[in-house]
Design a protein around this ligand. Sequence first.
Ligand SMILES: [Fe+2]
Ligand SMILES: [Fe+2]
Length: 150
Amino acid sequence: MEEGPAPGAGAEPVAPLGERMERDHDRLNDLWDEARRLWPEDRGRSTPLFEAFRTGLLHHIREEEEFMFPLYESRNAASAKYLTDFLREEHDQIRSELESLLRKVLAGVADLEPENTRLTNVLWAHNTREEGLLYPWFDEDRTEGERLAP
Ligand SMILES: [Fe+2]
Ligand SMILES: [Fe+2]
């Protein structure tokens, strides 16, 4: 049988939250890759991409801290807080590295390698942890309301 449109009057089906957040990691990394590819030869196009990367990543982190972590903590054993505390500490490092990077971008400094490398390292480890331990929980056995929020 041919695959027809999903029920719901052609509305796009909404992916579970963990899956959407994982895609957001990829979207942000693509944005950052493109910004780096254009730097420093084309600062005019690269700078707004770095800024969009920062805005997007800060928003992503805020959603995790304000919605995902508290829900995960409230529905799991007290030991769940080890994971979220660790993830929060990494968020602090990410915010700090992100600000160092953007300071150099806005000052037009050609060599961004030390900042990009430090941020790559913390972000890679952090995203891997979230995708392996935190996000799968949001896509299993949640009520519809929770699965689709925020
Ligand atoms: Fe995070
Ligand atoms: Fe994340």
